[in-house]
Structures are given as C-alpha cells and as structure tokens.
Design a binder for this molecule. Structure first.
Ligand SMILES: [Cu+2]
Length: 149
C-alpha cells in the first residue's frame, strides 16, 4: 500500500509539473547564480569574481548593479560557448519589462537595476575573463573569470 501511495504521488508530481521542460534543456532545473556590479575604495568589481558552469545545465544569472553609474557585462569568449535563452528585465514590482531573445554579446545594467540572463553552456571553456568594457572600468578591476566544465 505504501508503495502504491508513493507511485501515485510520483505520478501526481509528474502530471502536475509542466511538460515545458521535456526536451528543452534551457528550461529544466535552472540554477540561479548571482553577480553584483559595483565600486568601492579598492576600485570597481564584479562579485564574485570567479564562476564555474557545467555544459547542459540551465542557469539564470541575476546581475545586480548596486552602483550609482551604469556598468556592463561583456561575455567575450564565453559568448560562443553558451546558448542564451533570453535576457529579462522586470520593474521594481516584479512586472515584466522586457525579454530579449537571441545571441547576446553584452548587457549594460543601469544604476541600481537588475537584469536576468538565462543561458545554457554548450561547450567547455578554459578560464576566460568576462568584463565591463566601459572606459577605465576593466583597469579598475571590473572583470571576473569563468570556467565551463
Ligand atoms: Cu563597469
């Protein structure tokens, strides 16, 4: 009986969960990763300053700019190693502002704004830098390293 109940529960869960993810790696079991952009007494930063991703795993990179000025995130070589599902922006109340779809090389994030980048790494990559390309920002320390395993 216990076994039967468990089977029923698993079946119910399978039916309840949307079939959306079946055959779509970009939507299944998305892992959320956070990145903060900002500046302090030591210069400018992306924090954390190192990321490790796995091929085939879907990610939502939540990029928060806590600074008074805009910053950007340029993927550089990582651009060729991922499939971007979308870049999404919501307003302060959580209402959708925009979803941008297609391959994206870089995003700029305004002061005190948040952008969500949904992607799936599709190729392994040795350690590479992702950077803020605004004049002087890289030199001020605004970069991070990424590895795709
Ligand atoms: Cu910057």
């Amino acid at each position: 009986m216990k076994h039967l109940f468990l089977t029923a529960a698993i079946l119910a869960a399978a039916i309840a969960s949307p079939a959306l993810a079946v055959g779509d790696l970009s939507r299944a079991n998305v892992i959320t990763v956070y990145m903060e952009m900002g500046s302090n007494g030591d210069g400018m930063y992306l924090s954390p300053n190192h990321y490790e991703f796995e091929t085939g795993q879907a990610y939502k990179l939540v990029i928060t700019n806590v600074d008074k000025i805009k910053h950007e995130l340029a993927l550089n070589e990582m651009y060729e190693r991922i499939f971007t599902r979308k870049v999404q922006v919501e307003d302060a109340d959580g209402n959708l502002v925009t979803e941008v779809k297609g391959s994206i090389w870089e995003v700029e994030v305004g002061p005190n704004q948040i952008v969500e980048w949904y992607f799936v790494p599709v190729q392994t990559m040795d350690e590479t830098e992702i950077t803020c390309e605004l004049p002087g920002h890289y030199e001020a320390g605004m970069f991070a390293t990424v590895v795709i395993n």
